[in-house]
Design a binder for this molecule. Sequence first.
Ligand SMILES: [Cu+2]
Length: 225
Amino acid sequence: MTGLPPVRAWVASLCVLAVLQGQSTDVHAASLSVLASDPAGKPVEGAVVFLEATGDQATPALPQSKLVMDQIDKRFVPRVLVVPVGALVSFPNSDNIRHHVYSFSDALRFELPLYAGTPAEPVRFPQAGVVTLGCNIHDWMRGYLVVVPTALFALTGADGIARIEAVPAGPWRVMGWHPDVADQSPAMGPELISADAAMTAAVTLELKRKLQIRRAPAARAADRY
Ligand SMILES: [Cu+2]
C-alpha cells in the first residue's frame, strides 16, 4: 500500500511538532499527562502530581493566592490541598462547634488553639513538604497540605491521570503523593527533558496496605444504631 509512508511522515511530523512545542517558550508550552498507579498497576485517584525543576530553566512564578482549608461536619475540606511554597492558607471553621487545628509535621509545626469562625491571620507555608493536619478535639480529623516548590501541579482523576498545563522546557522531575502512601515524602517519577503532549509520564505510589474490615451481615446492620 503506497499511502502508508505519507501517513507515517505526517504522524512523525506531528510528534516533532509536539516536542518543539514543549521546548519553546511559555506561550507555546506543552501540557503533560501524568498517570499515578500503585505497584500492581491500578490507577490511583486523588493523587497530587507535580513537576520539580532539575535544571536551571526559568520556571513559572508560584501562585501566591490565598487558599482555604475548611472544616465542615468535623472533617477537613478538601482532604488534600496543594499549596505552592510561600502561599497563605486560611482555616475557617464552618461548624458550630470549636476545633483546635495542629500540625506536628517538619514542613511547618503550628497550632490554632480552640476556635470558632475564621482565625484573623492565615498561615504561611514557607517550606516544601507534606503537612498533616489534626484536631485536638476530634482525633479522627485528618487533612493534608502538600506544599510544593512549583506552580506545575494537578490532582489525578478516577483514571489516575492528571493533566499539567503550560509546561515550559525542562528538565523536570515528575513527583507524586497520596494520603494513603506509607511515606510522607513524595515519590519520585521519571525525569523528563521536556513535556510532550503525546506522552504520559508514569509515577508509582506505594500505598499502605489497608485493613480489610469485614462488614456486618446486612440483617444485623440496624443493630449498630
Ligand atoms: Cu475538631
